[in-house]
Design a protein around this ligand. Sequence first.
Ligand code: NCD
Length: 314
Amino acid sequence: MATEKKVTAIKNTPKHLLGIQNLSVLAAKEILNEAKSFIKLNRGSSKKLDVLRGKTQINLFFEPSTRTQSSFDLAGKRLGADVMTMNMGNSALKKGETLIDTAMTLNAMHPDIIVIRHQDSGAPNLLSQKVNCTVINAGDGRREHPTQALLDALTIINRKGNIEGLKIAICGDILHSRVARSNIYLMNMLGAEVNVIAPKTLMPEGIDNLGVKSFTDMKKGLDGCDIVMMLRLQNERMQGSFLPSKREYYEFFGLTPEKLKFAKKDALLMHPGPMNRGVEIDTKLADDINVSLVKEQVELGVAVRMACLKLYCK
Ligand code: NCD
């Protein structure tokens, strides 16, 4: 019975995983449940399955990545797929041409799944219209990063048991963050209350329409929060000056042990990485195993990506 239900949720979901926005609650829960089963496997000594044997997975990364790229790579290999990772960061070709040309070339090789990260919002959607296989978005511009939000959700569930009823603060460069957007959609969908905290210049207009409360003051925004998600300043997406200085930013928006006290007593801290220590977060706090879930996020990222590959690679 449970299995039938699982199959139905993903069956009714679009062929591609392009964002949380076009994911149903049932499908999101199905991915999270599937991922739970991989946590134990990944901690064991024998990690190899043959669920995706005979399948070809291509990872296409047009932007730098450490965690996302390596975990998609490992995830595919642990499921038995043939995995090819292409680092497109140094390509000199024009963006639009590169993507479409590359898509057609790769399509001719009959992959079963393409994982793409691209600096342009909407690039995975475009790719999905050009190829026959499933496309998974590994982060597009400032739009969405669905697997990051799913791994964040799994990390929270693993620690707190549930997401429903929690109060979650997302702090920092909300304007340029795909992680923020995907997390806002997913945490809302799973029943959390979401606060976003940023300086005015890094707060998108109309953000309240996404069902969040916005704050420019850490003290007010962190009040009563169970989870504090910190974000990196996305300097590569900024043209012009958004902040007076990094020092001032740290003063008002950097998470320090003192500011964390504004949240609940047992509040936990998260960061998608890469972290800029001393800019958005105090370096000791980032490594404090009593409050920081950063390492766990990386660990569970592999499980979540295994679940997505398994469920979407049909
Ligand atoms: C994030 C990204 O690339 O959007 N990193 C990640 O995937 N772990 C966040 C960031 O780069 O700041």
